[in-house]
Ligand binder design. Structure first.
Ligand code: AGP
Length: 608
């Protein structure tokens, strides 16, 4: 995904655009660019690489004077990261400038049509097709050109558009890629996400699919694809801009690791009344819950890993069959979505293309869809039948931590609510579990105090070639997350394996000194996992064990042990994940990797 910003008002646009792009760089950072109307033409600057290069190129925007402009930070999809593929893109006369987040699926067909009419292309991107298509349809009326373009283009887009001949106006359009608008005392703004404009206004308009925004320095106007005016209500953003700042931490990721106790508390509190679980946003009666015969949990990446955890918790507590699917697989495997099926989609950003597509497929099949989402007003939040927000606050680091932890909390609460409705747990058991849930924030705090120990251990593995994470049951689920955390920010190859499965082939990769991290939080499986640890140890592995306080038996097989506080067996992933997050963070730090913006990644993958 990419980040787009736009500003029109009384202030110089370029510094405002750069500031906004800075807050959106987590969405993609292969290249960046801006176009500003300087009173006569559309001046622009764009360059491969991080935003700081654009800052240097434009002397922090001073070289692009003007009060109306658009900006872009890119995660490359069509066309390699390069100066010429950087946005904004233009028509040949450079009288139309476009920045784009999304994918134009029929761009080759359109490019062929336009080339046949004599259009020349300067880049390899899909976005440039939009600039020429707007030129093709433009006869003096921007709205007419925009709506005609919208009827031709297939795919996803959030667009910022400037027309040189309409210097007092800035246009934006949305289909499937997030877009917001806002008005401040000094003008109007558009952006891909709230942090980019929160400094200027808290009142934000979430643009819906196929809506058009026309902005002047004073006015925001909204239209349908048929150019009918529409009234929109602003949403007041409660969290403050510092929530999207590092606040003294070296990286957003470390800050967000440390925000987990608070995020867990904020996600728990609205749903626990005295000793009862209340999930009003679920919108289901006990009878409707009992009518659910099968659950699908569908997500990508770390959100998927929480689904693997949730499968054990739902099946263990509520005795309901659960299938966990990668969204990119679910949408193409023709799943059985029949009477009594319910789908839960999990997503931090609420914009992941595969997860959104899975949601739409489930809704088309007529089954109930619940979204577990962190970003308020996101596409998944709006399109699900019901949404259960994770109150983690804005998560900026590409590698998720606090959102992951709050997704687990939401899934525990749901499983307990289902178990209560289905009568598969007693009131006493539920009360005991609520106590354990309430203890988690403080127990996470305790584990965060081990960070120096983890840092010392992690520094021994900055040169590691392969790392394996093993566990059984819920310990396998958390191994998946521990492995992804390490590899996505340190670039060290790592795999998570069901501990009992390693000997069926992959154990051949174990060499002298290979690090194997074994997770043992399920008491009834301790012995089995210890025997798997011995299997790899006899083949030269170095064993790190993450286990419950009191399980000293593991010390006969492990070379290094991290103990986590006792909690309900279903909640152990919430604690075991803390040392695994810190391990991944400190290995990446020790390697000098860009922890918050790992190579090739983006915070939310809004393309297939
Ligand atoms: C997690 O650290 C990764 N950044 C990635 O796997 C992420 O969890 C996945 O892309 C899903 O994103 P979402 O939760 O915003 O849908």
């Amino acid at each position: 995904m990419c980040g787009i910003v736009g500003y029109i008002g009384t202030e110089q646009a370029a510094p405002i655009l750069l500031d906004g792009l800075d807050k959106l760089e987590y969405r993609g950072y292969d290249s960046a660019g801006m176009a500003v109307y300087d009173g006569e033409k559309l001046q622009y600057a764009k360059a491969r690489g991080r935003l700081k290069i654009l800052r240097e190129l434009t002397h922090d925007g001073a070289k692009l004077p003007g009060v109306c402009g658009i900006g872009h930070t890119r995660w490359a999809t069509h066309g390699v990261p390069s100066d010429k593929n950087a946005h904004p893109h233009f028509n040949e006369a450079e009288s139309i400038a476009v920045v784009h987040n999304g994918i134009i699926e029929n761009y080759l067909k359109l490019k062929k049509m336009l080339a046949g009419k004599g259009y020349k292309f300067a880049s390899e991107t899909d976005t440039e097709v939009i600039a020429h298509l707007l030129d093709y349809y433009y006869k003096g009326d921007p709205m007419e050109a925009i709506t005609k373009m919208m009827h031709r283009v297939e795919g996803s887009y959030a667009l910022g558009i400037l027309f040189r001949d309409h210097p007092g106006e800035l246009y934006a359009v949305r289909k499937d890629s997030p877009l917001i608008a806002g008005r401040s005392a000094h003008g109007c703004l558009i952006a891909s996400d709230v942090p980019a404009i929160l400094k200027y206004t808290r009142d934000v308009y979430f643009i819906q699919n196929e809506e058009i925004v026309r902005m002047t320095d004073q006015e925001l106007a909204f239209f349908t694809i048929d150019q009918d005016p529409i009234e929109k209500q602003a949403t007041t953003i409660e969290w403050d801009v510092s929530a999207a700042e590092k606040a003294g931490y070296e990286h957003f990721m470390l800050k967000e690791i440390y925000e987990q106790p608070r995020a867990v508390l904020d996600t728990l509190n609205p749903r626990i009344r005295e000793d009862r679980i209340e999930i009003e946003e679920l919108g289901m009666t006990d009878e409707e819950i009992r009518a659910v015969k099968r659950l699908y949990i569908v997500a990508c990446g770390s959100a998927y890993h929480t689904g693997v955890t949730a499968k054990y918790v739902f099946e263990g507590l509520a005795r309901i069959p659960v299938e966990v699917d990668l969204a990119s697989e679910f949408r193409y495997r023709n799943p059985i979505l029949d009477e009594g099926t319910m789908v839960i989609v999990v997503s931090q950003s609420g914009e992941t293309a595969d997860t959104l597509a899975a949601l739409r497929m489930a809704k088309e099949a007529g089954v109930r869809v619940l979204g577990i989402v962190n970003v308020v007003g996101s596409s998944i939040a709006r399109e699900a039948d019901n949404v259960m927000y994770t109150w983690a606050g804005p998560e900026i680091a590409v590698a998720t931590t606090k959102a992951y932890s709050t997704q687990l909390i939401a899934e525990y609460l749901l499983a307990m609510r289902f178990a209560k409705a289905r009568g598969t747990v007693t009131e006493e058991e539920l009360a005991g579990m609520l106590l354990d849930l309430r203890r988690l924030p403080q127990q996470i705090e305790l584990l965060l105090d081990h960070k120096e120990k983890l840092q010392r251990f992690a520094n021994r593995y900055v040169a590691a070639k392969d790392v394996f994470f093993i566990g059984r049951g819920l310990d396998y689920a958390i191994s998946l997350e521990g492995s992804l955390k390490l590899k996505e920010i340190s670039y060290i190859h790592s795999e998570a394996y069901a501990a009992g499965e390693l000997k069926h082939g992959t154990i051949s990769l174990i060499e002298d000194g290979t690090l194997v991290a074994a997770v043992l939080t399920q008491e009834d499986l301790y012995k089995k996992t210890i025997s798997n640890m011995v299997e790899v140890k006899t083949r030269g592995a170095f064993l790190l064990a993450v286990t419950n306080e009191g399980n000293t038996a593991v010390e006969k097989a492990a070379d290094y042990v991290i103990y986590i506080p006792q909690t309900n067996k279903y909640f152990t992933n919430s604690l075991a994940v803390i040392p695994l997050q810190l391990f991944g963070y400190y290995v990446a730090l020790g390697k000098g990797c860009d922890v918050d913006k790992p190579r090739n990644l983006a915070k939310s993958v809004t393309v297939e």
